[in-house]
Design a binder for this molecule. Structure first.
Ligand code: F6P
Length: 333
């Protein structure tokens, strides 16, 4: 059972901000709700900053009451909207952002996002002495020092539902399908989806596979009487890898259809798991901030809430489980 950390000494913050940044992830709304309601219960006001760091620079802020976040726990996307803000790479821009936060009377900030958003948050604090806590929100689950991120479970469930449907067509037509899932340069979504979807093979950036190898897997299945195959492909840095693979497979005498799930994985109703995770992490972020902690991310380690300094999170490559990958391959052979 996930527990919100008990914090004894509290700083007297009267007003904090919250923003979502980077790609949206199902469960971000539940996290916003938790930040707002937990802060209010503990005597602190919250301002919602719209459109991530871009909205902060444009001073787009709205006061959030407990009722402002009613009826959003079940909604995908983010009420506050989000953005990938190139301008925030500049030191002078971050200085301006800190000045705006102070001018608006905010004393701390909760940033819900991924690695890139945390880099901005870390520098904002370091250069301007403005307290920030990060909450991991990304479908990719590629953030170091946390076992889980908000949105991952929902994205995986969405992809599994799609694969179950694709299997009907694959088996009716005796076809091979390449199903491309998101995850950028990490294979967490692909591995989880491949395992749960019983894929014949899983292609992830962390483990290179030759076309010959993939053809052998398909042929092995055919020899055992399989007439269709599902191959889960992690998109990698550039979406479209599955189309290139399909071309090479076809040239090797193994025609394959391609289905790119793309942004369907980012939207939709968050699962119960993501709602609970987001609620616990959102409230914990406020609890830590009010206890005077900052420059850190709240994450999950061994089923417990953990506070990890940004310096140990940012730019650190999280490793996929090679054991799980091996098991998935063994179970599908
Ligand atoms: O980081 C989340 C993610 O959905 C990745 O899996 C994907 O590569 C990327 O964002 C897509 O970003 P955008 O929506 O900006 O095209």
């Amino acid at each position: 059972m996930l527990k919100i950390p008990t914090i004894q000494a509290r700083k007297k913050y009267s007003s904090i901000g919250v923003l979502t940044s980077g790609g949206d992830a199902p469960g971000m709304n539940a996290a916003i709700r938790a930040v707002v309601r937990y802060a209010i219960v503990h005597g602190c006001q919250v301002h919602g900053i719209l459109r991530g760091y871009s909205g902060l620079l444009d001073e787009q802020m709205i006061p959030l009451e407990a009722t402002s976040v009613a009826n959003i726990i079940q909604r995908g996307g983010t009420l506050l909207k989000t953005d990938r803000c190139e301008a925030f790479f500049k030191k002078s821009t971050r200085k301006k952002a800190a000045e705006i936060l102070r001018k608006k009377g905010l004393e701390g900030l909760v940033v819900i996002g991924g690695d890139g958003s945390f880099t901005g948050a870390h520098l904002l604090e370091k250069e301007n002495d403005f307290p920030v806590i990060g909450v991991p929100g990304t479908i990719d689950n590629d953030i170091a020092q946390t076992d889980d991120t908000i949105g991952f479970d929902t994205a995986v469930s969405t992809a599994i539902e799609a694969i179950d449907r694709i299997r009907d067509t694959a088996s009716s037509h005796d076809r091979t399908f390449l199903v491309e899932v998101m995850g950028r340069s990490s294979g967490f979504i692909a591995l989880q989806v491949g395992m749960a979807g019983g894929a014949e093979t899983i292609i992830i950036p962390e483990r290179k596979q030759s076309i010959q190898n993939i053809c052998e897997t398909i042929d092995r299945g055919i020899r055992r009487g399989k007439t269709s195959s599902i191959i889960v492909v992690a998109e990698g840095q550039k979406p479209g890898l599955s189309a290139r693979l399909a071309q090479e497979l076809s040239q090797s005498g193994h025609p394959a259809k391609v289905c790119i799930l793309g942004h369907t994985q980012r939207g939709g109703t968050p699962t119960a798991h993501d709602r609970v995770l987001a609620s616990v992490l959102g409230a914990s972020a406020v609890a830590y901030l009010m206890a005077g902690k900052s420059s850190a991310m709240v994450g999950i380690q061994n089923s417990q809430v953990a506070l990890v300094p940004f310096s140990k999170v940012i730019g650190v490559k999280k490793q996929v489980s090679q054991d799980l990958l091996q098991l998935a391959q063994e179970l599908s052979s």
